[in-house]
Write a protein that binds this ligand. Sequence first.
Ligand SMILES: Nc1ncnc2c1ncn2[C@@H]1O[C@H](COP(=O)(O)OP(=O)(O)OP(=O)(O)O)[C@@H](O)[C@H]1O
Length: 407
Amino acid sequence: MLEVKRLSAAYGQHIALEDVSLRVGRGEIVVILGANGAGKSTLLKAISGICEGKVSGSVRMNGHEVVGERADRIVEEGVALVPEGRGIFADLTVEENLLLGAYPGRARDEERANLGRVYRLFPKLEERRGQVARTMSGGEQQMVAIGRAMMSNPAILTLDEPSLGLSPLLSKELFQSLKAVRATGIGILLVEQNARASLAIADRGYLLENAHIIHEDTAANLMRDPAVQKAYLGGAGASAAGPRRAGVAAPAAPMPSAPRPAAGPSPSDIAAAAISSVPGSRPAPTPPPAPKVSPPPPPPPAPPPVQTAPPPRNGSATAKPGAHGIEIDALVARARDMSSGRSAMPAGPRPAPAQPRPAPAPQRPAMPDLSSHGDRLKEVLAEIEEAAARARSRSTRSPGPPNRDID
Ligand SMILES: Nc1ncnc2c1ncn2[C@@H]1O[C@H](COP(=O)(O)OP(=O)(O)OP(=O)(O)O)[C@@H](O)[C@H]1O
């Protein structure tokens, strides 16, 4: 289904990915293991069309070449990304976050069915559908991020270090959830620092080192491989008999759990583009491992995430109220409000859950501050703005249904 051939990516003179080939089939979990800086995030970004570097080679989705395509087109081909750091909208409710994921044309007609599917997979999200995302635990926020990606009706889900920052218990729940996602037939490409847990649920895996795939095998074989054990599984196989397999670098640096410091838009910020559908908003930050009692970290100093959205296919997409009566136009306005700082994350403890929210403000959404982002993003956001304007003019001609019915 997803076939990557000789994919390379370079940031200026720095080659971050070279001649990488892999495939992900339907209903298959494929894990990418690699040390820090090996090129794992670059690989996911290159597949999703959001790599800042120069990309060459081939990525085919069901036979269609997508290298060179815009990120939103790649989402339409069925590839959804759950970025590192989640990229969910902190001040929107669970359900609003999910509905934003249904923006791609391939998903809009099946919004209700997909929402039902997400709620069946993650019953807790249905219970908490009116809860503001920022008040969710880290694991629940990760479920929202995965659920939102699934709302785009993907055939392939790619995830960048989804267990980052989660407690062992929440990580376990997360990996169980991924198995449930696989059972629906979706193929999963998983970049994970937790090699043991990811290999335990994966079907196959690739080792990525210094921009190259150096080995591929079944997950079971990788688990048993002494060199893999030594490099990625905490040295359990360091004393095991058997020769080192050529190609597996001697103990790779252990993969730390701390996110990289922000230096401009982070990969996860940029990656949020592939699954999101409204312009610039600050995502909920990854909480510390014990989020129930710890106060959330302050908003990151980095610029707001780059959020690209697919333009409406026929100019009417943004006018259509969601299956639950929520207009994407209104959500765009709310997300824009967040990006302008009016709904910044507080530094205090997490507020009480499940607060009912007032109806979205009807004013026209203005463009967020784009000064720190690229021209491509500006173009895409401008298209969204135009689509929203079309939606508004249409809604003044024929009044639509109530704004929301989720509480
Ligand atoms: N936007 C960028 N500009 C320049 N260099 C970059 C950029 N993004 C990544 N790199 C470099 O490319 C290499 C691969 O980075 P990448 O983020 O893909 O690694 P990774 O395997 O995901 O690492 P980690 O596990 O630490 O997240 C690194 O050397 C990194 O410094």
